[in-house]
Design a protein around this ligand. Structure first.
Ligand SMILES: [Zn+2]
Length: 363
């Protein structure tokens, strides 16, 4: 859940009938959108529908570059729609299900598919996301929303992340779990009190209920902790009565894609090392050198240009050739581009009026 204002309690159950529209995305785990038949669902809007679909599919393509498939031909289907949300909610998303088999831990559907090495719910979406029909979303791909706009791509990335398992199943009334058969993988790494880090899975329900609103909640997963200088990572844990966005988010001031709220004019289109650690701890294989996503090709009097999304800590070399059959690629002049998580523009003055093929090597 991503909100503009104060969050309320988390809702897990989402379901409705949808149609399948397969779309190829970048290399990696395939993320495929599933749009509703409903002509008024927002993604079919005559004015905004095309740009909404383009922004959603860009977010799904980014996820495709970030995750390595857990099994052959893995597909994660994301069913999406627009509805009027309330209380400043920009969107709400989650997995199709959270379940376990035998003595295993509960897992969200995409993690369960990965764990069992097959699609455990054939023909059904793995993730659902409902976007707010009335929020002023920026639908561009470059991460530069106006000062009065909420970045749609950031919102979609955040919600899909909840569907992938940044999501607890702790009951806010009892401190027990929403599943009778115990915790999910996410709760495995939750702990209370800096320096002590008592695991929540070992607590009584009452102790766990106190812990999740204590302001002193931590993630002890080894990969995220390693990326945080060897220390557990703070989890958002405001008093339960004041704010229901705790436990499944990082703190408000963390600058994380999983901060519980998004401001106007803000955008985040990349994962930090700590966030990559979260997904590693949950059980995913996170790509170390995600391929670059190219978009917005254009020509002007200064040459041919296009943009690509960079990842933090990855460097990029842009290459071209004049003929598709040519086996040799030539690097564009200039040093490699060091990724900082923002979209970068490439301009090739010699590309104007000529046929050129481009590729980006990520290193
Ligand atoms: Zn959220």
């Amino acid at each position: 859940m991503l909100r503009t204002l104060r969050p309320e309690l988390l809702a897990l159950a989402l379901a409705w009938l949808t149609a399948t529209t397969p779309t190829d995305t970048a290399a990696g785990t395939r993320f495929v959108p599933q749009y509703s038949f409903n002509a008024n669902d927002g993604f079919n809007d005559p004015l905004l529908g095309a740009n909404r679909r383009a922004a959603l599919e860009f977010a799904l393509a980014l996820w495709s570059t970030w995750l390595v498939p857990s099994y052959d031909a893995e597909v994660i289907t994301v069913a999406v729609g627009f509805i009027p949300q309330f209380g400043g909610t920009l969107a709400e998303g989650g997995p199709a299900d959270i379940y376990r088999v035998g003595s295993e831990l509960n897992r969200v559907t995409p993690l369960a598919n990965g764990f069992y090495g097959r699609d455990t719910n054939p023909g059904q979406p793995e993730i659902y996301v409902d976007f707010d029909l009335n929020s002023n979303f920026y639908l561009g791909l470059d991460g530069r929303p106006g000062t009065n706009q909420y970045d749609f791509v950031t919102t979609a990335l955040h919600e899909v992340g909840h569907g992938l398992g940044i999501l607890d199943i702790i009951n806010r009334q009892t401190g027990g779990y929403f599943r009778d058969d115990g915790p999910s993988v996410y709760e495995l790494f939750l702990a209370q009190t800096a320096g002590t880090y008592a695991p929540l899975i070992s607590m009584t329900d009452a102790e766990r209920l106190a812990a999740i609103g204590s302001g002193d909640l931590w993630w002890t997963g080894p990969a995220a902790s390693a990326a945080n200088g060897g220390q557990p990572v703070r989890i958002h844990a405001p008093p339960l009565a004041a704010d229901g966005s705790g436990v499944s988010h990082l703190p408000l001031d963390s600058g994380s894609l999983w901060s519980p709220s998004l401001g106007r004019g803000e955008a985040t289109h990349s994962l930090t090392a700590i966030e990559r650690g979260f997904f590693t701890d949950l059980g995913y294989t996170v790509a170390t050198h995600p391929p670059a996503l190219l978009f917005k090709p254009a020509s002007d009097t200064n040459g041919f240009c296009f943009m690509f999304q960079t990842a933090i800590g990855v460097s990029y070399v842009i290459e071209f050739k004049a003929a598709f059959q040519d086996p040799t690629w030539t690097a564009l002049p200039g040093p490699p581009i060091v990724g900082d998580g923002t979209a970068h523009m490439v301009r090739d003055p010699a590309g104007l009026g000529a046929q050129r093929f481009y590729r980006i090597q990520s290193q």
